[in-house]
Design a protein around this ligand. Structure first.
Ligand code: C2E
Ligand code: MG
Ligand code: MG
Ligand code: MG
Length: 288
């Protein structure tokens, strides 16, 4: 029976693997025309000051509007695009589109862009970033590049060169998904990050798991000791926000403040943020 079971498991496993690789192959083929056909879209998720709640900027998150299958998550096509090398073209499109969009916002709002391991492994990224900045007219200090640990571990030396070249351009660099990799601390030691983004996995269980609470608290403290501001991802509740405020977390991102929004809705959010700022200025004016 064990053998039968074992074989059945293997069969199911194999067919799943085959199905998965068929899907990946299909995605790779469909993805070929995606950039030229204008099938990629950027969504923008707000990032807010944890203490004042005010809007600071947005993270650009790519989606693929597939002609048959509808909106596809980056989780499903970015890994394929990395395998095929298509990520270079997609990455360039993301950078240029994010910079162009942000250049249309008031100066105080920043944009954060994700880059993946494959992009960091090339020499082209600093030039791509410089081109996106000059084409759009966006000031470098309004752009933040998010990299994950997996993006820098394969060839640390090369990745460090790229990160230093990016910082030379005047853009900031954030460590994304902090705590989920194999050597988050040594990565933090070797790279001059301007921000640490605590992964949402830890934030999710913050109020129910003492372990998660301790990890989040320690990460914020670590950031403070290193002089690096910490952003918490995946903030969904007031309770989580309260904890993060108390611990001195600098900024937050998550459904509590907004899901990733199409460009037009992000612009509406900016308008609303400016209006409520005017109001609070009026109020302080009235008080004075
Ligand atoms: P990430 O950079 O860690 O982005 C945050 C992800 O968390 C986003 O998923 C966002 O929609 C989701 N999220 C935000 N707030 C909440 C929340 O309160 N609760 C929950 N449950 N989830 C939340 P998304 O957009 O599906 O992106 C997934 C990942 O795909 C990103 O993770 C990033 O690693 C990658 N990605 C997205 N856009 C790009 C891109 O342009 N280039 C590259 N290389 N990777 C990208
Ligand atoms: Mg990110
Ligand atoms: Mg992240
Ligand atoms: Mg994450």
């Amino acid at each position: 029976a064990a053998r039968k079971n074992a074989r059945r498991t293997i069969t199911i496993f194999t067919s799943d693997m085959e199905e998965a690789s068929r899907q990946r192959a299909a995605i790779a083929i469909d993805l070929r025309g995606a950039v030229q056909n204008g099938e990629l879209e950027l969504f923008f998720q707000p990032q807010n000051d944890a203490r004042t709640r005010s809007l600071c900027g947005f993270e650009a998150l790519v989606r693929w509007r597939h002609p048959q299958h509808g909106l596809i998550s980056p989780v499903d096509f970015i890994p394929v695009a990395e395998e095929t090398g298509q990520i270079l073209e997609i990455g360039r499109w993301v950078l240029e589109t994010a910079c162009t969009t942000a250049a249309g916002w008031p100066e105080r709002f920043k944009v954060a862009v994700n880059v993946s391991a494959f992009q960091l492994a090339q020499d082209t990224l600093p030039l791509q970033v410089a081109t996106a900045l000059s084409k759009s007219g966006l000031k470098p200090e309004r752009l933040e590049i998010e990299i994950t640990e997996s993006g820098v571990i394969t060839d640390q030396e090369h990745a460090l060169k790229i990160v230093l070249a990016l910082k030379e351009l005047g853009v900031s660099v954030a460590m994304d998904d902090f705590g989920t990799g194999y050597s988050s601390l040594s990565t933090l030691q070797s790279f001059p990050f301007d921000k640490i983004k605590i992964d949402r996995e830890f934030v999710k269980s913050l109020t129910v798991s003492p372990q998660s609470a301790a990890i989040v608290r320690s990460t914020i403290l670590l950031g403070a000791s290193l002089g690096i501001p910490v952003l918490a991802e995946g903030v969904e509740t007031e309770e989580q926000l309260g904890f993060l405020q108390l611990e001195g977390c600098k900024s937050v991102q998550g459904y509590l403040f907004g899901e990733p929004l199409p460009e037009r809705r992000a612009a509406k959010m900016i308008e609303a943020a400016l209006e409520s700022d005017d109001l609070s200025e009026d109020e302080s004016g009235a008080l004075a």
